[in-house]
Write a protein that binds this ligand. Structure first.
Ligand code: SAM
Ligand code: SF4
Length: 429
């Protein structure tokens, strides 16, 4: 979501005649797009501002955008006096106005306002993170209020984009030669637009599975979507994938814990049994769908037995990969009131043990691709050599192989010859 936000901010700046540079030394204005999901991410902001200030030969304008900006607002000016303006998560469309206000002499400009009703979600071709892959936001915000999570406070309530707007966006990207779209949102499968307009012709047990079928009907080569919320994960999503070749073989379904006691304390809205039912449905698909997840270890009151449930859960689910996070208390969230009573040392041990178990399973899963053929969208040159290419499979695995740079953006068949922990290697067939 942050990469997508940055692309749109850069689009606005370019259209208002600012010239973008990745070189912070020569920049007159430096913008920080921030994350506040964990404390570490928030601390990085202050470190980076310090680094920029130390390096600067002349005064630069410094702006802070994103989740930390939304949560801290004007207090950021006291925390770091070098900051000239602060723009909340929904105010990013007004970035040029913020800069102009500072240039005109306004000291310490802050805008935490709502999104403009006609906000443009598109990204200029020059500002896309890839020429072949695009993010398409379908829902923003979150209503779930998991007890540990700051997102509902930094990103506001769920708001779904109208289906015709999403479809038009995808069709335009198709015309521009984009091969893969990622429908993005904190919980894409909680998609609930104000009206069914644009989806009337499409079957589906939920608005999201109708949307998946509608996006599939645009004919774009590949569609991925992230993140899915377990409670709202209707089995019809798997039916839609089975019916449409261009819906990719990948589901990201964050479980957070294997213990029902911890899931209840987290207020996730699912039990581990509910979660396993969804996994069984995904694994019984006629397509080989890869499964990834997020897990938090060391949530308050997580005992060895609760952690043991997470180890068992990982073995049951056989995730293709997982993001493991140490619990980080976030001020303002309900769990901040609970004592952070799993020690740093225990968190470290549990992290290592869970990661080891995950890697062990992952190794076997990756090995199962050996000698098989997979379709890869070639995204990058992967080394100094023009003949080193890399891309991702429909199941979202990175594959490296040799081939000419003029194949960039093509979908090719690759036979897998070697597997490592997070990467596959192969040769073009
Ligand atoms: N909406 C998605 C969901 O419900 O699964 C996840 C969005 S959240 C920004 C991404 C991940 O960050 C979560 O799945 C969780 O594992 C992790 N996370 C969120 N708050 C956290 C916290 N306070 N400490 C550690 N990890 C956290
Ligand atoms: Fe955070 Fe829970 Fe919302 Fe995901 S669903 S963004 S974890 S509050």
């Amino acid at each position: 979501m942050n990469v997508s936000d940055s692309e749109r901010v850069a689009t606005v700046l370019e259209s208002t005649d600012f010239e973008l540079t990745p070189d912070e030394d020569s920049a007159d204005i430096v913008l920080f797009n921030t994350c506040s999901v964990r404390e570490k991410a928030e601390h990085k902001l202050y470190t980076r501002i310090g680094q920029v200030r130390k390096l600067q030969s002349k005064k630069k304008i410094i702006g802070v955008l994103g989740c930390v900006a939304q949560l801290e607002g004007e207090t950021l000016f006291d925390k770091s006096p070098a900051i000239d303006f602060v723009l909340g998560t929904k105010a990013v469309g007004r970035v040029s106005k913020a800069i102009e206000s500072v240039l005109e002499g306004q000291n310490k400009f802050c805008d935490l306002g709502e999104r403009e009703p006609n906000y443009d979600w598109s990204v200029a071709e020059t500002q896309k993170h890839s020429s072949f892959i695009s993010f398409v936001p379908v829902i923003e915000g979150c209503n779930k209020f998991c007890t540990y999570c700051i997102v509902p406070f930094s990103r506001g309530r769920e708001k779904s984009l109208a289906a015709p707007e999403i479809i038009r966006h995808v069709l335009k990207l198709c015309k521009q030669g984009v091969k893969e779209v990622h429908l993005i949102g904190q919980n894409v499968n909680s998609y609930r637009p104000k009206t069914i307009e644009g989806l009337e012709k499409f079957r589906g047990a939920t608005p999201f599975s109708k949307l998946l079928r509608a996006v599939a009907a645009t004919g774009i080569a590949r569609i991925k979507f992230t993140t899915s919320f377990p409670r709202d994960f209707h089995p019809d999503i798997i039916e839609a994938i089975n019916e449409n070749e261009n819906l990719c073989n990948w589901v990201h379904l964050p479980v957070q814990s294997g213990s029902n006691k911890i899931l209840r304390l987290m207020r996730r809205g699912h039990t581990i049994e509910n979660y396993f039912e969804r996994i069984d449905k995904i694994k019984s698909s006629v397509r080989k769908i890869s499964l990834t997840t997020d897990i938090i270890i060391g949530f308050p009151n997580e005992t060895e037995a609760d952690f043991g449930d997470s180890l068992k859960m990982v073995d049951y689910c056989q995730f293709d990969s997982s993001y493991i996070f140490k619990y980080s208390p976030r001020m303002g969230t309900p769990s901040y009131q609970l004592e952070d009573n799993v020690s740093a040392e225990e968190k470290k041990q549990r992290f290592i043990e869970l990661e080891k178990r995950q890697k062990f399973n992952q190794h076997r899963i990756y090995e199962s691709y050996l000698h098989k053929s997979v379709q890869v969208l070639i995204e990058n040159k992967s080394g100094k050599n023009n003949f080193d290419l890399s891309g991702r499979t429909s199941c979202h695995k990175v594959v490296h192989f040799k081939g000419s740079a003029n194949l960039l953006g093509k979908i090719v068949n690759v036979q897998i010859t070697e597997s490592k922990s997070n990467t596959l290697y192969g040769k073009i067939l």
